[in-house]
Design a protein. Structure first.
Length: 236
């Protein structure tokens, strides 16, 4: 008897905000199809290197890039690195597209859907650095399963990250910070890089600020850095 397919994940969160200006809406019709990542059929791996028009040294992934300030700054600073940004909120996507169009950046590709779907398609050990910055805290207890960081998502990140790759996480919500720190450390594949309180209270110089960080809606921001442990020292 054939096994039933796993249930489809349900996505939570906004996809649209206020009406877009004509120019931004046009970019969704013209530029987005050229930069959008098309996932391969189920069971096949995404050939991420073929997404870019020229050879790239490595792949960096940002999950939920908001208005794209951090993603754009990193892409400018690392022109030989390929970037994939995931953001289902179409207004934020349009803001990023406008900047890409104005600056003719050629090392960013985008995925306008649930990042878990993209992660499932990425090959093992394909990502050199991953960012999850100020995700929705989903503060109510009954909504905690909607938080991006879960045991299964941490395991998926451990699979796609190369040995020694860096996972950067930030939030200004104290309960969510505790949640993410607990789940990531419990996985066993990641080593937290903090050696003193300054390591998580101060944003590193190569970590560009974002518009959301400046709002400080819930409290002081916290910056967490983890390294993917070598696989010969872990069980995965």
């Amino acid at each position: 008897m054939a096994e039933s397919p796993p249930p489809e994940r349900k996505f939570y969160g906004r996809r649209r905000g206020r009406k877009l200006r004509v120019g931004r809406a046009r970019l969704l019709e013209t530029l987005l199809p050229r930069l959008a990542v098309d996932l391969p059929p189920d069971g096949q791996e995404l050939d991420w290197q073929s997404l870019f028009s020229r050879p790239t040294e490595s792949l960096w992934l940002e999950i939920g890039f908001g208005a794209g300030e951090h993603l754009l700054a990193q892409a400018r600073s690392h022109p030989d690195t390929g970037f994939i940004g995931c953001e289902p909120y179409i207004n934020g996507m349009s803001t990023l597209l406008a900047a890409i169009d104005a600056e003719a950046l050629d090392n960013i590709r985008v995925f306008a859907d649930d990042a878990n779907r993209l992660i499932d398609a990425l090959p093992d050990r394909s990502v050199e650095r991953c960012f999850l910055l100020f995700p929705d805290p989903w503060p109510k207890a009954r909504h905690h399963r909607r938080r991006f960081i879960q045991p299964e998502s941490v395991a998926a990140l451990a699979r796609i990250l190369r040995d020694g790759a860096e996972l950067r996480v930030a939030s200004d919500d104290a309960p969510l910070i505790d949640w993410m720190l607990c789940h990531i450390r419990r996985n066993g594949c990641f080593e937290w890089q903090a050696r003193s309180s300054a390591d998580w209270r101060q944003r590193p110089d190569d970590w560009p600020p974002t518009r959301y960080e400046a709002k400080r809606l819930h409290g002081p921001p916290v910056f967490l850095r983890f390294l993917r442990r070598p696989r010969n020292n872990t069980h995965s």
